[in-house]
Ligand binder design. Structure first.
Ligand code: AMP
Ligand code: MG
Length: 403
């Protein structure tokens, strides 16, 4: 049986063939650029005023102060944003200018409106202004020809602003995979059905869809399939037609009605591994089929989510070009003693307390693989490693953040 580390290595070494797609920039949020973005303009494209004020020559206002204002002559036309002034500032003159408007000829600084008193055509300036003060210079943010965003960059809101300001309406990004979910089990019913004896609502399709959504991948729910070999086989084949990654849940263990592995074998899928030395989520399988990937995930609601985080999510991230394959981990101290069996990795659902003397983790409650409530309460999963036995209070352990 593989260790968690070995299984993760197999997943991250998968031969994923990335595809690219051109999308309107707003749709590229949280995707990864597949091309360098080069600015075809200087940004700003021209020197402009950073404030609402008066365009002057700095030499004219040297010595201006509260009690000894300098008097300048106001030109008739003002310069709102968007207008280009034909005027030239000569010595002794000024012109009213608004934020963002192009700096007129002859002006080398802008006095803020708050430091000025306007009396008809006379303007009293109460403060000096350095050469260049309150001017935003052409190209000071971005120079024409600059690579503003490099291929491999993950897109955040400010990047979308940069794309827009450089006139880029569409961007080529790595195409997120389509991930299909195929829940199996005779006991499963839809979420709107009455919970009669012997039945279980299919929650896995929903928790997995949500996890897929968090990665930015596309998801496709295939609907519940009974524990019937033919049905499972046909459903697998038709699901594979429509996805890059197929997630089966349930029927992958060693029970008498667990047909998933047998059916995956029968279609010619190749096993990369089956079973990982971990709890929860031991009975999971990872396979390839042509250029597709298949996970046979356990049926238990917590196991399925844990396996998703540690194995499915990194595979999705390989498709999307995201360098951060895994969620972030932090070190936290055990708030109490925990029992743990040496020789197996346990993922323990924990809540974090950020205290003055450090970050502590405590259990969110019952840790059975069907107890979804303790998963819902969890900030993260503490990783009790294979190499250690019981975890004593204050021992520092890696915690994998879920939220
Ligand atoms: P299995 O892996 O098929 O043996 O299922 C293990 C446990 O998970 C059983 O108690 C199932 O009822 C439960 N289970 C399986 N599939 C789902 C599902 N889609 N949603 C919620 N529980 C499930
Ligand atoms: Mg089952």
């Amino acid at each position: 049986m593989l260790s968690v580390k070995e299984a993760q290595e197999k997943v991250v070494n998968s031969a994923v063939v990335r595809k690219t797609i051109k999308v309107p920039i707003i749709d590229s949020l949280h995707m990864v650029l597949a091309e360098d973005i080069i600015s075809r303009d200087d940004i700003p494209a021209y020197d402009n005023s950073a404030v609402d004020g008066f365009a002057v020559k700095y030499i004219d206002v040297i010595g201006a102060e509260k009690n000894y204002p300098v008097k300048l002559n106001l030109l008739k036309e003002d310069i709102p944003a968007g207008k280009v002034s034909g005027d030239t500032i000569e010595s002794g003159m000024c012109i009213q200018i608004m934020t963002g408007a192009p700096i007129p000829k002859g002006c080398d600084c802008v006095v803020m409106k708050e430091d000025v008193l306007k009396e008809g055509r006379d303007v009293l300036i109460f403060k000096e202004c350095r050469e260049g003060e309150n001017i935003r210079f052409k190209g000071e943010d971005i120079k024409k020809g600059d690579i503003v965003l490099k291929a491999g960059k993950k897109i955040f809101p400010a990047d979308i602003g940069i794309l827009a300001s450089t006139g880029t309406g569409e961007a080529t990004v790595f195409k997120p995979p389509v991930v299909a979910i195929l829940p199996t089990g005779d006991e499963l019913i839809g979420i709107n059905e009455e919970l009669v004896l012997g039945k279980v609502r299919d929650s896995n399709s929903y928790s997995l869809s949500a996890q897929i959504k968090e990665t930015g991948a596309g998801n496709k729910s295939c609907g519940i399939v009974k524990d019937d070999k033919e049905l499972i086989r046909n459903s697998i084949l038709s699901a594979l037609d429509e996805c890059d990654i197929l997630l089966l849940t349930g029927g992958v263990s060693v029970g008498d009605y667990d047909y998933v592995k047998e059916m995956l074998d029968s279609i010619g899928a190749e096993f990369v591994f089956w079973r990982v030395n971990q709890r929860p989520g031991k009975p999971m399988a990872f396979l390839t089929y042509k250029d597709k990937f298949i996970f046979g995930l356990p049926g238990n609601p917590v196991s399925v989510m844990v396996c998703f985080e540690f194995y499915v999510r990194p595979l999705i991230k390989l498709f999307t070009g995201d360098a951060e394959l895994f969620r972030k981990k932090i070190l936290a101290k055990a708030a109490s003693d925990f029992s743990h069996k040496l020789g197996r990795t346990d993922f323990v659902r924990v809540k974090l307390d950020f205290l003055q003397d450090g970050t502590y983790f405590k259990s969110t409650g019952m840790q059975g693989s069907g107890i979804l409530m303790s998963m819902s309460e969890a900030d993260g999963l503490a990783i009790f490693p294979e190499s250690s036995g019981n975890i004593e209070k204050d021992t520092e352990i890696e915690v994998f953040l879920l939220k």
